[in-house]
Design a protein around this ligand. Structure first.
Ligand SMILES: Nc1ncnc2c1ncn2[C@@H]1O[C@H](COP(=O)(O)OP(=O)(O)OP(=O)(O)O)[C@@H](O)[C@H]1O
Ligand code: SF4
Ligand SMILES: [Mg+2]
Length: 319
């Protein structure tokens, strides 16, 4: 399968400015290791799910892949070309859909104009055709053409997400990076938007990176899945296989803890221990303070992501 987007050893560190007291004490700036050494491939036409607990670096990874946030290390290649990532063509081809589309909609701009303004600016839609194009885009996302005349406050949460999707589609993207795109919606509306994503995937030959902390949604949507813990990928592989038989102890704990579609609720077994601070990640395997299988080696040696037969996992138990 053709590789569309590839990340090699991607890294993001955020430097935190020390507070006044820390500066007076001569303490250096602290760094959050939001994304650490992440390598992945997004294949043409697939849905790649990205899951993990809050703060594990999903959004940071998504924004770097979309070219919205510069990485502090590593490389991103688009269709095999490293330089492409900074180009205007890349910024059109890769669009993000966020959790709260209302925040990015100008309250005084009619929806029709909001949907097409970027595409008109880029010369993808002629200004004289913008109204007709807005109507077509609204229809594509399941809304009435007449809604083009309305303002953002006149829409429900699900409708606004449809508007955000229409606006992304106007730019004729190849890849949509959805960051918690259905997480704020009611369950019934979630299902409708997921169906819309799947329908658009067929109609426009789209590829998706689907970021969510909601495992049920990711399991339902994804062809392949990436599991992150404290900025690193701990396991990746075909979604069906990973969900049916997780390998990494973190994946196992995460799945044991989560409600699943069509399954009876599991006996509640929260992952033991607190999520460590990304300011001071644990040594060795970052999961070791919480892992029921941790041994001495886990405390000192970082486990590498290795092929375990059609799948990657980063755990010393495998070797
Ligand atoms: N601009 C920033 N400055 C400093 N730290 C940041 C910044 N953005 C993110 N971080 C930190 O980087 C880490 C990863 O954050 P990120 O938002 O990518 O996680 P996430 O997996 O998307 O979480 P969530 O599920 O809550 O959306 C967190 O510790 C976060 O506090
Ligand atoms: S490397 Fe060790 S601590 Fe990390 S997940 Fe595997 S067994 Fe647990
Ligand atoms: Mg996030």
């Amino acid at each position: 399968m053709t590789v569309m987007l590839e990340a090699h050893n991607l890294q993001k560190r955020f430097l935190l400015k020390p507070g006044l007291l820390a500066r007076m004490a001569g303490k250096p700036a602290q760094a959050v290791h939001a994304v650490n050494d992440v390598s992945l491939q997004v294949r043409q036409g697939e849905v790649l799910g990205v899951v993990g607990e809050s703060g594990c670096g999903k959004s940071t990874l998504g924004r770097m892949l979309a070219g919205l946030l510069p990485q502090t290390g590593g490389e991103i290649a688009w269709q095999g070309q490293r330089a492409e990532i900074a180009s205007a063509a890349y910024h059109r081809a890769v669009q993000m859909v966020f959790q709260n589309p209302y925040a990015s909609l100008n309250p005084r701009l009619r929806i029709g104009q909001a949907i097409t303004e970027g595409a008109v600016y880029h010369g993808l839609i002629e200004r004289s055709r913008a109204a007709a194009a807005a109507g077509e885009l609204l229809q594509q996302v399941g809304l009435d053409r007449g809604y083009a005349e309305r303002y953002p406050h006149e829409f429900s949460g699900g409708q606004r997400q449809r508007v955000a999707i229409a606006r992304a589609l106007a730019l004729r993207p190849r890849l949509l990076i959805c960051d918690e795109a259905v997480s704020a919606l009611d369950v019934s509306v979630q299902a409708q938007i997921i169906n819309l994503f799947m329908q658009l995937r067929r109609e426009h030959a789209l590829t998706y990176v689907f970021i969510s902390h909601n495992l049920a949604v990711v399991e339902h949507m994804s062809d392949r899945v990436v599991i992150m813990y404290l900025g690193r990928i701990v396991e990746s592989g075909p979604a069906r296989e990973v969900f049916a038989a997780p390998n990494h102890p973190y994946t196992r704990a995460l799945l044991a803890d989560a409600p699943r579609l069509g399954a009876s609720p599991p006996a509640h077994q929260p992952i033991r221990g607190e999520l460590p601070s990304p300011l001071a990640p644990p040594s060795g395997c970052a999961f070791h303070p919480r892992c029921p299988h941790a041994n001495a080696r886990c405390k000192t040696q970082v486990p590498l992501l290795r092929d375990i037969g059609g799948r990657l996992s980063a755990c010393h138990l495998n070797h």
